[in-house]
Design a protein around this ligand. Structure first.
Ligand code: GBH
Length: 463
């Protein structure tokens, strides 16, 4: 029997995000986003790094698309910098034609090369103007209208060519890391604001989807959804407390966004712990929120072993570890402390998402930063065996979920096309299948790029 394959319409490629690759923060009328402000504040990022230059992709975008072509991809997921197309951000602020043209050029060049654009509207770079004017994501009345206005501009200007839209990337990171732990922009801390921000992100998403469905979908024929993040949470052992803890951990990380969007309500475990700090949806709002995603966009990198206990409300009062009961580690350690390679967890997660939310699953990010890659000589960096091992494991887990378990997985976007600005961790962790020399901006493919190309050539059925 021939090996099982993914269907011929399976979509694969690489993902990036505007602030992590573009640089040129002042070019052609762009104004600052909250990430410009945050990363320029001392003590916020490793080594004081910021996105001022990044991979210089605002200027080198054609070179980047040539890499995508060389890597044989079918699709490319990138995000639009809101601050380039509406520099001050708001519905009564001027739109910036130069910024609009930039993404139009990229979209046209992708299509010319047979690459399908998957466009993320919001990958964390809120125009600073909106944060200053009314508190940004904290202000429901204003931010929902301004976000919908921004989305409308994108649908209007690009929707003839773009058929796959993602409203938000990882609202958990925006709310929890931005407003609870404060390690991401805008750097707020506390246990109340992040529930408000998360709630407003859901509403902004839902009203943008409603607009797309009411005014664009029939004519443009595309789809629109949201990307949520979850690293699989596996009970540390099969004790009932730890099994329950893992589910509660999943509710706090994923369910707090996915349950309203796919089922029309917050999880009970979240409601009972958070109480009246959790905002409520009105009847009209929840009617818009429920069912507001055509697919399930999923970013995932690793698996955590979960035990009951701890006082971290943001993670549902559970504890995470990579150390198994027998003292061994779950998998290979990446450069970042939060990531170990564990393909079976990916397969479990894909099954969980499909079983729980019954939507086709688009994997929109998955990848691995090799330990110490930033200090290795280039001759060694290009032999990125640990990254190849990771993709080999995760892609075969996806294949099994799709062909043996029957999960309708529709896409796989590896993170990332290039090494890039890894937020608060600066330029040290390198997630790219392409090495970037940050002094010269020279791009060099690593072996993983060829591995991924070949894997899909062999595992997607020909049409
Ligand atoms: C994704 O975030 C992002 O979408 C992408 O931009 C990013 O470059 C990529 O993954 C790789 O990280 O403060 O304890 O949460 C993944 C979520 C958020 C996981 C930050 C690690 C840092 C540790 N990441 N988090 S913590």
């Amino acid at each position: 029997m021939a090996a099982q394959k993914l269907p011929s319409d399976f979509v694969w490629g690489y993902a990036t995000a505007s602030y992590q690759i573009e640089g040129s923060p002042d070019a052609d009328g762009r104004l600052p986003s909250i990430w410009d402000t945050f990363s320029h504040k001392p003590g916020t990022t490793k080594g004081g790094d910021n996105g001022d230059v990044a991979t210089d992709s605002y200027r080198r975008w054609k070179e980047d698309i040539a890499l995508l072509t060389q890597y044989g991809v079918k699709a490319y997921r990138f995000s639009i910098s809101w601050s380039r197309v509406i520099p001050l951000g708001g519905r009564n602020d001027p739109v910036n034609e130069a910024g609009i043209k930039h993404y139009r050029n990229i979209i046209e060049e992708l299509l010319k090369n047979g690459i399908t654009p998957f466009v993320t509207l919001y990958h964390w770079d809120l125009p600073q103007g909106l944060h200053d004017r009314y508190g940004g994501w904290l202000n429901k009345e204003e931010i929902v209208q301004d976000y919908v206005n921004y989305a409308k501009l994108c649908f209007t200007r690009y929707g003839d060519l773009v058929k796959d839209w993602i409203t938000h990337n990882e609202p958990w990171c925006v709310s929890v890391l931005g407003y609870a732990t404060g390690v991401f922009a805008p750097g707020h801390k506390g246990n109340k604001e992040h529930w408000i921000v998360g709630h407003n992100l859901i509403l902004a998403h839902a009203y943008a989807v409603k607009l797309y469905r009411d005014e664009f979908k029939a004519k443009q024929g595309g789809q629109i959804g949201i990307t949520l993040d979850l690293n699989w949470q596996e009970p540390w052992d099969n004790s009932p407390e730890n099994v329950a803890a893992a589910q509660r951990g999943i509710d706090f990380k994923l369910g707090r966004f996915a349950d309203p969007i796919y089922k029309g309500r917050y999880p009970e475990s979240v409601k009972s712990i958070v109480g009246d700090r959790l905002p409520e949806f009105t009847k009209e709002e929840i009617a818009v929120v429920k069912g507001s995603s055509d697919f399930f966009g999923l970013n995932t990198y690793t698996t955590q072993l979960v035990t009951e206990g701890g006082d971290q409300e943001i993670q549902g009062n559970v504890k995470y570890t990579f150390t198994r009961p027998d003292g061994t580690q779950l998998g290979r350690q990446a450069h970042v402390p939060w990531l170990q390679t564990y393909p079976p967890g990916f397969r479990s997660l894909l099954n969980y998402v499909w079983k729980t939310y019954s939507k086709p699953v688009y994997v929109t990010e998955n990848g691995f930063p090799v330990k110490d890659e930033h200090i290795l000589p280039l001759e060694q960096v290009v032999h990125d065996a640990d990254r190849v091992e990771y993709y080999d494991g995760y892609l075969n887990a996806l294949l099994k979920a799709a062909t043996e378990d029957g999960v309708p997985v529709k896409s796989y976007f590896a993170w990332s096309l290039l090494d890039n600005f890894e937020w608060a961790d600066g330029y040290e962790p390198r997630f790219g299948v392409t090495y970037v020399d940050y002094r010269t901006q020279k791009r060099t493919p690593k072996e993983s790029a060829e591995f991924v190309r070949k894997w899909f050539a062999e595992h997607v059925a020909s049409s």
